[in-house]
Design a protein around this ligand. Structure first.
Ligand code: FE
Ligand code: FE
Ligand code: ZN
Length: 277
């Protein structure tokens, strides 16, 4: 089963977001837990969350992905920035309990000059503070492009974070195709090799979601500029291999391409057409 969708806004509620997802031909989606740049989170309406869950069950929307705001940085050298990240993560994980059994993806962070090892320590510390045994959400570390001082552009760095987290059964990884490409993993010419390496270093059982994005830049560019599907260096043929790869079957695949809703609907249809039955 292919689970395809795109990034959507929950500003009119989760149920409305679910209907939009279905209208676009999607059966999964991603949404920000709060304004991606701001800090304030709208209170969750339990009835709306319940309406979304009922709609998802009825219409076959699979696992969905919540995305933490871009502004949080759990491994900043600034203590107040780290404190804000902790508060946001903790609060979001409480809110996610209204939509249980889904995924919560976040950018591990940027070490802002402290070095990768210190960054890894701080990210793991943050996770050890906010994860709780009863949570029904799996928290995903997103593979990063390696822009600036980003932590998590190699599978090894993600592995090191996971190894330091006590409740590591609550952790998974979201593979962003643009980011890994920008980070130097050649998913165009050697998708099998990259996934084999992922399996060796992290374990494919940790892979819980895919961000499906083309890249405006070439392999290893570390730039993180998303392109529309087929409009960048990754290209259509590589995406056909991605949607059909046995190791990725059944994972939520979410578009974060520069598109309006019509563009997303076209890309969802395009990727569905690539599926070899
Ligand atoms: Fe992201
Ligand atoms: Fe992404
Ligand atoms: Zn990106």
């Amino acid at each position: 089963m292919l689970y395809l969708g795109c990034h959507l806004s929950p500003s009119d509620g989760f149920a409305a977001m679910g209907r939009t997802c279905l209208n676009l031909g999607g059966n999964t989606c991603q949404f920000f837990t709060r304004n991606p740049r701001g800090s304030r989170a709208k209170a969750i309406d339990p009835k709306d969350a319940e309406a979304f869950r009922a709609l998802a069950a009825e219409k076959g929307i699979g696992t969905v992905v919540a995305h933490a705001p871009y502004t949080i940085n759990a491994c900043s050298k600034d203590e107040r920035t780290r404190e804000f990240a902790l508060q946001t993560l903790a609060d979001d994980l409480q809110r996610m309990e209204y939509l249980p059994e889904n995924l919560y993806n976040f950018h591990p962070g940027s070490h802002t000059g402290q070095g990768v090892e210190r960054g890894i320590e701080l990210i793991a510390d943050a996770l050890n503070t906010v994860l709780f045994p009863a949570q029904r959400t799996t928290v995903l570390l997103e593979t990063m492009a390696g822009k600036g001082s980003e932590v998590g552009a190699t599978f090894e760095e993600l592995r090191e974070i996971i190894d330091r987290v006590e409740l590591s059964d609550k952790l998974g990884v979201c593979l962003d195709t643009c980011h890994v490409w920008d980070g130097g993993y050649d998913i165009v010419h050697d998708l099998d090799g990259v996934l084999t390496q992922f399996d060796k270093v992290i374990g494919l059982d940790r892979l819980k979601a895919i961000h499906v994005n083309d890249s405006l830049n070439d392999l290893g560019a570390r730039k993180d500029r998303h392109a529309v599907i087929g409009g960048g260096f990754i290209g259509l043929e590589a995406f056909a291999r991605i949607v059909n790869h046995p190791a990725l079957k059944g994972l939520p695949m979410v578009l974060e391409t520069p598109n309006d809703l019509d563009g997303y609907a076209r890309e969802i249809a395009l990727l569905r057409q690539m599926e070899v039955a």
